[in-house]
Design a protein around this ligand. Sequence first.
Ligand SMILES: N[C@@H](CCC(=O)N[C@@H](CS)C(=O)NCC(=O)O)C(=O)O
Length: 203
Amino acid sequence: MKKPIDLYCMALQDRSDRVRWLLEEMNVPYTNHFMPMGSAEKNSPEYRKLNPMNRVPTIVDGDIVLHESAAICMYLADKYSYGKLAPESSNVKERALYTQWMIFSVGTLEAVVARMFTHMNSPTEIAETLKYVKEQSAFFKMALNPILERQDYILESGFSAADIMLGAVIPGAYDDLVKDNPPIQNYMERLKSREAAIRAKVF
Ligand SMILES: N[C@@H](CCC(=O)N[C@@H](CS)C(=O)NCC(=O)O)C(=O)O
């Protein structure tokens, strides 16, 4: 029998959330390894060998060791759900859009959302950060709203790992993206009600 995938994280609600949600969607067995922030295990040389960045998530799947949540989700969806949660390469347009949204979710959206955790150290910085997030969120809405007004998920072909990435990141900008914005609000309700997301305790 295949060994369950090892998923290294600090807690359920860190960036391991999207990986756990995807594994639950695919019914792929996994083991959570919780290493609280500042713990000896997280700072150990053994963990550094798996992830030299000393961050989470990291997975070990046989001889594959991977970090970066979007890369992990792309790898897992290709390996365990090719043609379902990951569009096939022969479906050139869907695959290109899938890659776009996977990378957007961490490289652009999460980069903006994360500012609210790191750039809030003085009243001036807080005001600047909130203004920046609001401005960027206006662009995000321009990109996402028209798509989510015409279809249930970010890809025309239906629910995919890209929705998992977006769904895990979007709540971080709740006031600017979700509140009083029916297209994203309804999208988030659809995602939150998925049994795999509930099992993974993402929200
Ligand atoms: N781009 C990376 C970011 C990873 C990351 O920053 N993870 C945070 C937790 S959510 C972390 O490990 N922080 C602990 C630390 O920096 O020591 C990804 O998406 O996996």
